[in-house]
Design a protein around this ligand. Structure first.
Ligand code: ATP
Ligand code: MG
Length: 420
């Protein structure tokens, strides 16, 4: 072991598990690529103001969890704690919304950073795949988002997840509700910090996990009863489209989520095998965010799915992904001459699109065959001086154990044909 270890709250993605991680990321991205979403990449850090304004000062993310630092030049930056604010900032900066094709549909994948108390499923460095549809207000777009996430999880074989759905209202009806809720909450026996929360983010109090708080919340005014007609109709349409698509969901009127910028549709994907870190993904509509960060009105909707927790969910359901072995052919040279010749064969195989690897380090036959086995290769090519003198190599089928002599000049074509 070296003197250094991965920092607290982080972990290294190592083979073979790293292949699973990559497959999950690809599986989440696939339905997006298939539905008009283009790839976007933004920096790992941004001006701290983008998040304090865009995500909201009152959120845990900004007030407690953000990695903030000052550059040598005196600029205050933050490691990105989430993706939406950055993606919208980039879209606005490049005027993507003016290209005349709304909504602008984007997907992304990357690392995010939050200074949290590390525990199973909760890390300080984690990975998300996200999607944003910017500049359109259409219940079908909200439904599309949820359907695509559902499709991604199902394509991985996941079944024990649930979709929680709610509407947070808009700038007309939410303030009225907020007032009513604040009035109710002020009458309760709450600790100092929760009292402060009543002023800055009262909806979050509904989300409090403590039983003694939840007990007092019985009878609290519910947002559902305050939704304006437009919000009600919008939400009903989203629900009908989901039902029409065969996507099951649960209405959860307490679902508020941590970010300030959400309006109307809000949803979360929870997995029942993950204990207290049960949210595998979430998102919603954020009609006001663009204006909050200095852009025009651009109603938008998006989600982010956690890759780490999705991998944990696969493990919880005992799902083994069908990951094909990455190496198809393994070359084992016996002697100097064979080393040069087979190295050439491996290079040719790779050029022909066959995944091939080579026994490096001048190992003997036994050690080399052990590595060939470990590589998962379907075929091994073995050659020694006597074979080469006859212009031959030995092709071994690792499944049947059968060995065939093949002309050196034909081995690339022969292997490619067998693998096809
Ligand atoms: P939680 O309630 O668990 O803190 P969140 O509401 O903060 O989640 P979001 O900001 O909605 O999470 O992020 C979307 C997804 O990213 C989450 O559903 C989760 O899968 C993942 N995620 C968020 N924070 C972490 C973390 N610290 N470690 C691992 N994954 C995370
Ligand atoms: Mg969180």
């Amino acid at each position: 072991m070296s003197t250094f270890q991965a920092p607290k709250g982080t972990y290294d993605l190592l083979p073979p598990k790293s292949a699973k991680f990559l497959a999950v990321r690809e599986a989440i991205a696939a339905p997006l690529k298939n539905s008009g979403y283009s790839y976007i990449e933004t920096p790992g850090f941004e001006n701290v103001e983008l998040f304090s304004r865009g995500v909201g000062e009152s959120t845990d993310i900004v007030s407690k969890e953000m990695y903030v630092f000052e550059t040598r030049g005196g600029t205050k930056l933050a490691l990105r704690p989430e993706g939406t604010a950055s993606v919208l900032r980039a879209a606005l900066e490049a005027n993507l919304h003016k290209a005349g094709n709304l909504p602008v549909k984007l997907w992304y994948a990357g690392s995010y950073y939050r200074y949290e108390r590390p525990q199973a499923g909760r890390y300080r460095h984690f990975s998300q795949v996200g999607a944003e549809a910017i500049g359109a207000e259409d219940p079908a777009l909200d439904a599309e988002m949820i359907i695509l996430a559902d499709q991604a999880y199902r394509s991985l074989g996941l079944r024990e997840f649930r979709i929680l759905l709610n509407s947070l209202g808009d700038k007309e009806c939410r303030p009225v509700y907020r007032d009513a809720l604040q009035g109710f909450l002020r009458g309760l026996e709450l600790d100092e910090e929760t009292r402060r929360r009543i002023d800055i983010n009262p909806l979050r109090v509904l989300d409090d996990k403590r039983a003694e708080v939840q007990k007092q919340l019985v009878g609290a005014p519910m947002l559902r009863d305050y939704l304006c007609d437009a919000c009600k109709a919008y939400h009903e349409e989203v629900r009908e489209l989901l039902t029409g698509a065969g996507v099951a969901f649960e209405d959860d009127e307490k679902l508020v989520r941590g970010l300030d910028y959400y309006t109307r549709t809000t949803f979360e994907f929870v997995h029942d095998g993950l204990g207290s870190q049960s949210a595998v993904g979430g998102g919603g509509r954020y009609d006001g965010l663009s204006e909050m960060i200095g852009g025009p009105a651009l109603p938008s909707v998006g989600w982010a799915l956690g890759v780490d927790r999705t991998v944990l969910a696969l493990e919880a359901e005992g799902i083994e992904l069908d990951l094909p072995s990455t190496t198809s052919v393994y070359a084992v040279p016996l002697g100097e001459e064979a080393r040069r010749v087979l190295f050439g064969v491996v290079t040719e195989l790779r050029k022909a699109g066959v995944a091939a690897d080579f026994s490096y380090g001048g190992k003997g036959l036994k050690g080399a065959m052990k590595n060939a086995n470990r590589s998962g290769a379907r075929y091994t090519i073995v050659a020694g001086e006597r074979d080469l003198a006859e212009g031959l190599v030995q092709l071994k089928d690792m499944e049947s154990g059968e060995q065939t002599a093949i002309a050196l000049a034909e081995v690339v074509a022969a292997v490619a044909a067998r693998l096809a």
